[in-house]
Design a protein around this ligand. Structure first.
Ligand code: PRX
Length: 705
C-alpha cells in the first residue's frame, strides 16, 4: 500500500510516499541540526533570489524531477550496523567537522600502522595539502602485515574467478608472500622508491599483487586499464616517465583472448624511459619476448626470498598516479600519496559498506579505475576483507554470470555501476530469477547517477527489497567516497547520494559564487581538505591549480552540478559542461534521462542539448530500448511521458533510438560525442576513450526521419 503525503518545509512543498511492508519507507520527519548546517546559506539565498529571471548570469539550474520515495534500513540491519541511527551519524559528522584535524588524527592513529608516529596532522597551503607528513607508514604493510599480525593470516583475501571458470583462493598470508616475492623481483630490476611502474593487466590477482609490491618498496604505480590502446599506453607512460612495464601474455574477455603483450610491444616502441617489461603468463598464448627488455614474471621471482620488509615511507610519498581523461585535452595523471589516501580508502570502505568480518565483498570494478584502487585494493585489504575478483564480462558465457558468482560465493555486499545495472535490466529478469541471491545484505552503485527506476529495479530484483543501496558519489580526484548513505543510519531516496561522509563539507554555488537555495542546482564544491584528496596532477601544477582551485576561492571545484533538497539530501545533476539550456532554463541531463528510463520500454537514455535558433538549445535524446521492444511507434509516447513526468520544458525535441550508447571504457555515457552528433557535426571531437567505435557510425546514420 502507498499513501501520498504532502508537507511543507521552510516554504518548500515536498510530497513523500509512505510505503508499508518490508521496506519500512516513511515520511522524513526529522529536521536535523545537520540539515540546518547545510541549509544555512541556502535558505537565505533562496529567499533573496526567488523572483530572478532565468537569463541572469548567476541563475541556478532548474530542478524538475521530484523523487519522493524514501527507504529506511530494516530494524535488523540497523541493529547490527556500525553506525545504526541518524543520531549516531549526526554526532559522528558533527565531531568530524567541529575539529576536523583532531578527528582525522584520531582516525589515523587508530586505523593505520605507523613505523614512526606523526606529530603534524595537516599542513594546508591551498591548494597543497600534507597529511600526517612527519610520520612513516607503508600501504602494503597496512594491507598485508597488519592483518597477519591481527591473526587474519589464514583468512581468505581473494576468491578469484577467471572468465573461463578457473578459480584460485589466496589468503592474506598467500598474498603477503606473493607481494613480497614480486617486490623482490622489482628490486632485481633496479626499481627503487619514487620510480614509476606502469601496469597493464587483466583483472587477475597479479594486478593487485603488482600494485602492492610497488607500494611495498615505495615505487609509484600507474595502472592503465587493460582495454586501452597502444597509443593511450604510450601517452601515459611518456607523461609519467615510467621505468618499467608490467603486463600479461593476454587476458580473457567474452571468450576471446585479448593480446595485451602485442599492444604493449607497440606502445613500448614509443616509450624510451621504459627499460624492462615483466610478463605474467595468464593465457599461455604465444608472445614475442624481446631479449634484454622482456622477462617472464615466473622467471623473475624464481629464486627470490618470500620476505621483503615493507619500506618505512614518509606519509606523503607518492603511492600512485591514475590517468583520467579530462573532458578535453590530454589525460591528467591524478596523484595520490600514501597515508592520507590509505586511511581515507579504509575508513570510507568500513563506513559505507558497514563492513563485517564475515562479509564476502564484491566490487566489480577493474583496478584500471579509481574504484578498483580504493575498493578492491587499498580499502578492503587494509580492512582485512574477503572479496571476489572476477576477470571477465558480465555476459559471458551468458547474461547471468554475475548472479551465478553471487550465488556461488554467497556474496554479501555487491558494488557495481549504473551502466551494468541498466544492461541487466535490458537483458531481462529471467537471468536473475534462476539464482538464489539471498546472501546479499547490501548493494552499492558508483560511477554515474543511477536513474530512480534503475535504482528500484536493483532494490527489488537484486536486493529483494531487503538491502540498503549505497549510491556513492566520488571521483578519481577525491580518492574515496565523499557522499553516500551510511546504510544503517541514513534512509535512502532513489537517485540521491544522500549525505556527506565524516569530514566532508560540500557546498553548492552558482556562477557568481553565491550559495544557492534549497533544491536549486549549482556547482558542487568541497570546503575543507580531506586526507584522500588528490595532491596534484603529475608534472602539471598549473593545470591542477586552474582546473580545481581557480574558479571558487578556497574550495575544491568538483566539476559536477548538484542540488540539496529540503532534507539536506544531495542530488548529483551531472557534469557542469553537460547542462542543457532551454530558453534560459538550465536543465540537468540526469533528470531528463531518468524520466525516460521510468518508461517501461526504456533501458537507457542520454540527453544532450543541440543548437536551436528559437530556444537557444533544444533537447535531443538517444534511447536504448529493452530487449524485444520495437521502437519507432514509441516516439510520441515517450515525448508525452517526459512531459507528464517532469513538464513541457523538458520534453525532447529529437528522439533517436539506438541499440547502444557511446560510452567510455569505464562505462560512462559520452554526452560530448552525442552533442556533436545531435548538432549534425561531421567531425566529432576526441574519441580516444570511446569503448566501441562502430556505435558512432550507427548513430550518425540513425536520424529521426
Ligand atoms: O560526474 C560524477 C560521476 O563520475 C565522476 C567521477 O568519475 P571518475 O573520476 O571516473 O570516478 C568514478 C568512480 C568514483 C563524478 O564527477 N559520478 C561518480 N559517482 C556518481 C557520479 N554521478 C552521480 N552519482 C554518483 N554516485
Amino acid at each position: 500500500m502507498s499513501v501520498p503525503y504532502s508537507g511543507n518545509f521552510s516554504g518548500y512543498t515536498a510530497t513523500l510516499l509512505i510505503v508499508s511492508g518490508p521496506l519500512t519507507a516513511s515520511v522524513i520527519t526529522y529536521r536535523s541540526s545537520l540539515f540546518e548546517y547545510f541549509a544555512k546559506h541556502m535558505t537565505d539565498n533562496a529567499a533573496s533570489k526567488s523572483s530572478g529571471t532565468p537569463n541572469q548570469a548567476n541563475v541556478s539550474i532548474s530542478h524538475v524531477m521530484n523523487e519522493t520515495r524514501l527507504f529506511h534500513p530494516t530494524d535488523d540491519f540497523r541493529s547490527k550496523a556500525h553506525v545504526g541511527s541518524i543520531d549516531a551519524y549526526e554526532s559522528l559528522y558533527a565531531e568530524s567537522i567541529s575539529d576536523t584535524e583532531a578527528f582525522w588524527a584520531r582516525q589515523a592513529n587508530e586505523h593505520l600502522h605507523w613505523f614512526k608516529p606523526f606529530t603534524k596532522t595537516l599542513t594546508w597551503d591551498e591548494p597543497f595539502a600534507k597529511w600526517f607528513e612527519d610520520g612513516t607508514t607503508n600501504a602494503s604493510y597496512n594491507c598485508l602485515d597488519a592483518n597477519i599480525e591481527a591473526g587474519l593470516g589464514e583468512k581468505v583475501a581473494i576468491h578469484f574467478e577467471g572468465e573461463p571458470g578457473d578459480t584460485r583462493t589466496l589468503t592474506y598470508r598467500d598474498l603477503h608472500r606473493e607481494v613480497c616475492r614480486f617486490a623482490n623481483g622489482l628490486k632485481k630490476l633496479g626499481i627503487v622508491a619514487g620510480d614509476v611502474v606502469s601496469i597493464y593487466m587483466p583483472m587477475i590477482p597479479e594486478l593487485p599483487i603488482a600494485m602492492l609490491a610497488c607500494a611495498r618498496i615505495g615505487a609509484v604505480h600507474s595502472v592503465i586499464f587493460g582495454g586501452f590502446s597502444a597509443e593511450a599506453i604510450a601517452d601515459r607512460n611518456h607523461d609519467a616517465q615510467a621505468k618499467l612495464q608490467i603486463t600479461t601474455d593476454g587476458g580473457y574477455r567474452r571468450g576471446k583472448v585479448l593480446k595485451l603483450k602485442e599492444t604493449v610491444d607497440e606502445a613500448l616502441e614509443k616509450c624510451p624511459t621504459v627499460k624492462h617489461c615483466v610478463v605474467f603468463r595468464r593465457t599461455g598464448s604465444e608472445v614475442a619476448m624481446k631479449p634484454e627488455r622482456d622477462v617472464w614474471w615466473h622467471d623473475l621471482i624464481a629464486d627470490v626470498s618470500d620476505d621483503c620488509p615493507a619500506a618505512e615511507l614518509p606519509a606523503e610519498s607518492p603511492l600512485f598516479i591514475l590517468y583520467t581523461s579530462g573532458s578535453t585535452g590530454k589525460p591528467k595523471g591524478i596523484l595520490h600519496t600514501t597515508a592520507g589516501y590509505n586511511l581515507y580508502a579504509k575508513r570510507t570502505f568500513q563506513w559505507v559498506f558497514d563492513h563485517k568480518a564475515d562479509d564476502i565483498f564484491w566490487c566489480t570494478a577493474d583496478c584500471g579505475w579509481i574504484t578498483g584502487h580504493s575498493y578492491v585494493v587499498y580499502g578492503p585489504m587494509s580492512a582485512g576483507a574477503t572479496q571476489i575478483i572476477y576477470e571477465g564480462a558480465p555476459n559471458w558465457p551468458a547474461e547471468n554470470r554475475f548472479w551465478d558468482i553471487v550465488e556461488k560465493y554467497k556474496v554479501t555486499a555487491l558494488y557495481t555501476a549504473p551502466t551494468a545495472i541498466r544492461a541487466f535490466i535490458k537483458w531481462g529478469d529471467h537471468h536473475v530469477d534462476q539464482h538464489d541471491l539471498s546472501s546479499l545484505r547490501l548493494l552499492g552503485s558508483v560511477g554515474e547517477g543511477i536513474n530512480p527506476e534503475a535504482w528500484m529495479w536493483y532494490h527489488h530484483k537484486i536486493g529483494n527489497a531487503n538491502c540498503p543501496i549505497v549510491d556513492t558519489w566520488w571521483q578519481t580526484e577525491t580518492g574515496g567516497i565523499m557522499m553516500s548513505p551510511l546504510p544503517g543510519a541514513i534512509a535512502t531516496k532513489p537517485g540521491s547520494c544522500t549525505k556527506p561522509l565524516p569530514g566532508i563539507v560540500p557546498r553548492i554555488l552558482d556562477d557568481s559564487i553565491d550559495h544557492v537555495g534549497v533544491d536549486e542546482g549549482g556547482m558542487l564544491c568541497i570546503e575543507k581538505p580531506w586526507p584522500g584528496m588528490l595532491r596534484g596532477i603529475w608534472r602539471d601544477e598549473k593545470r591542477f591549480k586552474e582546473q580545481y582551485w581557480s574558479k571558487v576561492p578556497g574550495m575544491y571545484l568538483t566539476g559536477d552540478n548538484a542540488r540539496c533538497d529540503s532534507d539536506g539530501y544531495f542530488w548529483i545533476m551531472g557534469r557542469i559542461d553537460d547542462v542543457i539550456n532551454v530558453s534560459g532554463h538550465r536543465l540537468s541531463t540526469i533528470e531528463v534521462e531518468s524520466a525516460l528510463v521510468s518508461h517501461p520500454a526504456v533501458a537507457e537514455a542520454a540527453a544532450v542539448g543541440r543548437p536551436d535558433s528559437l530556444k537557444g538549445q533544444a533537447i535531443a535524446v538517444f534511447v536504448t530500448l529493452k530487449d524485444g521492444v520495437a521502437g519507432e511507434s514509441l516516439r510520441d509516447e515517450l515525448r508525452k511521458h517526459v512531459r507528464k513526468e517532469i513538464g513541457a520544458l523538458a520534453q525532447p525535441d529529437d528522439i533517436r533510438f539506438t541499440s547502444s550508447l557511446p560510452k567510455t571504457r569505464s562505462g560512462k555515457i559520452m554526452r560530448r560525442l552525442l552533442r556533436d552528433i545531435a548538432a549534425g557535426k561531421e567531425n566529432v571531437g576526441d574519441t580516444t576513450t570511446l569503448e566501441d567505435y562502430s556505435i558512432l557510425a550507427k548513430l550518425r546514420s540513425d536520424d529521426e526521419s
